[in-house]
Design a protein around this ligand. Sequence first.
Ligand code: PLP
Length: 395
Amino acid sequence: MPTRYAQRMAKVQPSAIGELLALGADPSIISFGGGYPDATLFPAAQLDAVFHEIIQKPGGASMQYAPSNGLPRLRDQIAGLMTADGMSCTADDVLILQGSQQGLDFAARMLIDPGDVIITEDPTFLGALIAFEPSQPRYAVVPVDAEGMQTDRLEAILTANPRAKMIYTVPDFQNPTGVTLSLARRKQLIALANRYDLIVLEDTPYRHIRFTGENLPTLKSLDTEGRVIHLCSFSKVLVPGLRIGWAVASPDILACMGLLKVAADTQTSTLNMAAASLFLDRYDLAAHIATLRAAYSAKKEAMLDAIRQHLPQDITATDPEGGLFTWLTFSEGFDTTDFMRRVALPQARVAYVPGATFFPLTPRANHARLNFSSPSLDAIRTGIAALGKALYANH
Ligand SMILES: Cc1ncc(COP(=O)(O)O)c(C=O)c1O
């Protein structure tokens, strides 16, 4: 019996490269594909201790239902972290989410009617497009260069798209390119959002994993009109399995997202919120993040060294100041999806994410996203050398 699905499901389709990425999960393949943190650096012993402690605590509060907008203590701790990052706020300004991914879903559901326009970077985070798609948006895209979204192109795009309601950006160490939005462009983006009455969805899961350079102010800290929804997450700096992210936004927006939270899942797991909260009380998150920074920075250097040494000279790689990814650009006409299927997986035994999938409107085939946080240093060197060999053999 054919099911009469709602229209919003029309574009909710499995990823065209899902089958290719599934092949990358084969343990005999070196994967630069997923956006995974390094599991060997998970603070497992500390999490073991905090989970034990919260479960043993008399009264069973950590196993009980909790307020839908999050445990008050955790909201307060997160407000402290956000305030330290230049976004002065209190617990009331924080909504705990099931990962920042849930904030992407809520933002679209809250703001987008079918046919409304979401402006994104080009390329952008695939998971955001997946979250936005059920709201049936149209997209307008802004190209990205070494300083992030080219905001000088934004005004023309806004004039051409009067139904633009929201602009989605990953300003720090963007997924997939690794680039960071410059300060001048941050200011220009906020000025245009004010002028064109846009909500800015600022997604910052990598922000605290900076290797070099100075921290730039968040868009939220530059927000004068309550237009920025700031999303952040413990996924990359603690563990993704906790599924804890949060939104900081103006009271009316946060209240609206809070209603969607009740509808979606009532609340984020009490156990996981209580564990995260006790972790912050007992241990030094900043010190843990410093360890991650050092490790990922060394891995990035190893990957870029190997790329310089082994890949054909016409292939360029971004040199991110933080985060988890570098972005390769091959010569025009090179198709990274086809190469992965025919050569990289079966011969080089290496996986990456073909770049075409990150472009909302017009896929460009000559890019690839490489993750350096998850593979070991050895795997990075071996994998890039194998990729280089395969590229020379098939160039
Ligand atoms: C840019 C970006 N936003 C959001 C997410 C979702 O993260 P979370 O685990 O907090 O849901 C990711 C995960 O990779 C990401 O890269």
